[in-house]
Design a protein around this ligand. Structure first.
Ligand code: ADP
Length: 372
């Protein structure tokens, strides 16, 4: 029944994780990759527009340099990833050629999402490639980014890419059939979950704990990806990548894996970028009344602000925390951190008198704010 929601699918993002792409030695599983490529090519032949988000650069590097141990230091890992990325994309190119398909490579970092111009540029490039039936193959540009400038894991990257290209469906291939109510590798009585319509705390609690040996995310990053993707109108299905033909089954609406149904009220592409693409410059802490007002679709006023941390200018991105220090929203601040220090807890009518100027009644306007 719920899979009927998939009948109008046109644009699909496929995310393949390290545990699917590599053997237990850590090196690439070429046989598996061949089947993944065959499945994607057959979707493209049927008129679907497909983008691939792929890990595996380190594994490919290990194969190239004949290394058996995954390196421990960041430098070594980044060097290996830069060798491996070439080998990985070369492998994809040869395999896709065999199906008459052209690929393109995009190596993105957090900065490509947070900078609005770069974001729009990447969006246009992907749109152009897809319209020419070229398959964009995307990975994080690991060799050049430090930890704080990273998206960090390819589950999150795939959700960002889904927003970037307005995908209808994101398929995450994992080493497991989908989401269970607890980690089945630890609890033998874990129950399988076919459909998630609301990603609440219960769902997040199910996904705690470590992932596989080489994967970076585990189930929790997939749930976060689902929370993001379903907001922008992308359905997300987690399926077992052991059998790459599951990609086709999922697209065709077979009851396979765990489906996270997209939300009816899709947020705008700009709000998605604001909420998930951008990096924060500072933090605003608000009281319970203001938290309630934001949840009811109101803008943030100075009177509800308890404090700030970090320094930011007017027009920069802030995270908004409630009094329990929980992140509830992200937005663009109309006032700088030093101005907010002076007007916090005060009424909007007092702003002009306190600062000698007033830009706006709202510190963060609802149009520039996303509840997360
Ligand atoms: P990938 O490398 O494909 O991204 P990961 O290994 O990072 O995959 O994540 C999948 C792993 O998450 C599973 O093999 C399992 O060990 C773990 N996990 C934790 N909680 C759950 C859960 N509730 N349901 C399913 N898997 C879970």
């Amino acid at each position: 029944m719920s899979r009927k929601a998939l009948k109008d699918i046109k644009r699909v993002v496929i995310k393949v994780g390290t545990s699917t792409l590599t053997k237990s030695s850590g090196k690439l599983n070429e046989e598996k990759i061949k089947r993944i490529v065959a499945s994607i090519a057959s979707l493209a032949d049927e008129g679907f527009e497909v983008a691939l988000v792929t890990s595996g650069a380190v594994g490919a590097g290990m194969g190239e340099l004949n290394i058996n141990e995954r390196p421990k230091t960041l430098n070594e890992k980044q060097a290996l990833a830069s060798v491996g990325q070439v080998a990985l994309i070369h492998l994809y190119q040869i395999l896709f050629w065999a199906h008459g398909k052209t690929i393109a490579q995009l190596l993105l970092t957090r900065g490509d999402f947070s900078d609005r111009n770069r974001y729009l540029n990447a969006r246009n490039v992907c749109g152009t490639l897809l319209s020419k039936n070229i398959i964009p193959i995307i990975n994080e540009n690991d060799p050049v980014v430090s930890d704080e400038l990273k998206v960090g894991d390819n589950d999150t990257l795939s959700a960002l890419v889904s927003g970037l290209i307005d995908a209808d469906l994101l398929i995450i291939l994992s080493d497991i059939d989908g989401l269970y109510d607890k980690n089945p590798n630890v609890h033998k009585d874990a129950k399988f979950i076919k459909l998630v319509e609301d990603i609440n705390e219960d769902i997040k609690n199910m996904a705690q704990g470590e992932g596989s040996k080489f994967g970076t995310g585990g189930m929790i990053t997939k749930i976060i990806a689902a929370q993001m993707a379903t907001k922008i109108g992308t359905n997300l299905i987690i399926v077992n990548g052991e059998n790459p033909e599951n990609i086709i089954r999922a697209v065709k609406g077979e009851e396979i894996g765990t489906l996270f149904l997209r939300q009816d009220k899709k947020i705008s592409s700009r709000k998605y970028w604001l909420g998930y693409g951008t990096s924060k410059k500072g933090t605003i802490i608000i009281d319970e009344g203001a938290a309630k007002a934001l949840k009811n679709g109101k803008s943030l006023l100075s009177v509800g602000i308890k404090g700030i941390s970090g320094e930011f200018e007017r027009g920069q991105i802030v995270e908004i925390l409630n009094s329990k220090d929980e992140l509830i929203a992200k937005g663009i601040s109309n006032y700088s951190s030093s101005e907010i220090m002076l007007i916090k807890g005060r009424k909007s009518e007092e702003i002009e008198e306190i600062l000698g100027h007033k830009y706006d009644d709202d510190v963060v306007h609802i149009d520039n704010l996303l509840l997360v």
